[in-house]
Design a protein around this ligand. Structure first.
Ligand code: NAD
Ligand code: GLY
Length: 363
């Protein structure tokens, strides 16, 4: 079992990573003195695989559990759904002190985190992420999110969990598409911060798909550590440091929105967004063509998309203009000067952006 501490003063917490560790969860919860009534937010698919195991472990540890199942879709991250769950939580909790536990991927984590942060102005939150993407990214760092019709993640809070508990054995039921989505965020970390990790991904991605335990443990640990270090430096994204975690996200979110959040999943859209941002970096003279090519070769090797299909270019551009990363009218992008070297660029000529998006549509 490995442990990373996210050092945030009074808000510090551990990320625990290991195989078959559900049975140790109660011990961690007790050491944190968390309320014994646990309201678990999950969905049908995840509960089918893991609710029993989690429930047994919590009950044996002296905790009471209540499972709330929501829909299995990005659409779960809606204000109406969050309000519905909060009503259920209030009905269950009455006067009791409650811990909210997110059991699922990034959708469940963002949603449960939001609810925990607003219910009674904040109740303790535990993240038990069950996708590769959630284990290496969304469960860490305290960003919670709800989508509005106009754009994704427009409503949210910063709310740190008390614990992130990654049982790697849950990754065994992930399908290839979801594994790829997680790997897309791993490419992001490597591209912005760690050339060694980039080399590791190039050499070992086959072992991720064959679920080699050592490879997965190393990968989740390495990515979670990068995220933890960046969050420690700039918890609320006020210093421009955490912003680098948005590499590929400006165009990526636009592609996700233009596809109605169903054509491409988050990881796939981010892969396309990273290709666009790399192309922009090359066109601005920041990145060599060979490094740009190295990034697309890895994206292709993992089976992530290289081109956009089934949605319209103008819809992507419209959605892009709504991105949160705009400051006033100034656009803002995370670009690369090399593998592991991210830079933030503002006010990039529209032509550079549009050309990079256009390239994604050329077959
Ligand atoms: P997801 O939560 O939709 O999960 C993907 C699919 O896998 C779902 O169908 C889910 O039910 C299923 N699943 C989950 N665990 C499983 C398991 N162990 N075995 C089998 N199936 C399983 O998607 P995701 O990729 O985990 O997360 C994407 C979301 O995360 C997006 O909403 C994105 O905006 C958000 N996100 C947030 C942050 C953050 O910092 N808060 C960072 C990155 C992404
Ligand atoms: N996924 C971006 C962040 O956590 O800041």
């Amino acid at each position: 079992m490995k442990k990373i501490t996210v050092n945030l003063g009074k808000e510090s917490y551990s990320i625990v990573i290991g195989y078959d560790i559900f049975r140790f969860l109660p011990r961690y919860l007790k050491s944190l003195h968390l309320p014994r009534e646990i309201f678990i937010i999950t969905n049908n698919r995840v509960q089918k695989y893991y609710a029993k195991k989690l429930n047994q472990s919590l009950k044996q540890g002296g905790f009471s559990t209540k499972f709330y199942l929501t829909i299995d879709s990005e659409k779960a991250k809606s204000i109406n759904n969050a309000a519905r769950i909060a009503e259920n939580l209030a009905f269950y909790a009455k006067q009791k002190k409650i811990t909210v536990l997110a059991l699922g991927g990034g959708v469940i984590g963002d949603l449960a985190g939001f609810i925990a942060s607003i219910y009674k102005r904040g109740v303790p939150l535990v993240q038990v992420p069950t996708t590769l993407l959630a284990q290496i990214d969304s469960s860490i760092g305290g960003k919670t999110a709800i989508d509005l019709r106009i754009a994704k993640n427009l409503v949210g809070t910063f709310y740190q969990p008390k614990l992130v508990f990654c049982d790697l054995s849950v990754l065994e039921t992930l399908d290839k598409r979801q594994t790829r989505a997680g790997l897309s965020e791993a490419i992001k970390y490597a591209a912005i911060k760690d050339e060694g990790l980039f080399n590791f991904l190039e050499q070992n991605y086959h072992s991720v798909f064959s679920r080699d335990r050592q490879t997965l443990e190393h990968l989740v640990y390495a990515c979670a550590k990068i995220k933890a270090e960046i969050v420690e430096l700039d918890e609320k994204e006020e210093k421009g440091l955490r912003t680098i975690l948005n590499f590929g996200h400006t165009i990526g979110h636009a592609i996700e929105a233009a596809g109605g959040y169903s054509r491409y999943n988050h990881g796939e859209a981010i892969a396309l967004g990273m290709l666009a941002a790399s192309q922009m970096s090359e066109n601005l003279g920041l990145l060599s063509a060979s490094v740009c090519q190295r990034i697309s070769a890895l994206v292709a090797g993992l089976g992530l998309p290289l081109e956009v299909s089934g949605i319209r270019e103008e819809d992507v551009l419209r959605a892009y203009r709504l991105d949160k990363k705009f400051i006033g009218r100034l656009n803002r992008f995370v670009l690369l000067k090399g593998i592991g070297k991210a830079v933030i660029s503002k006010n990039i000529p529209e032509k550079i952006i549009y050309n990079a998006v256009k390239e994604l549509f050329v077959s």
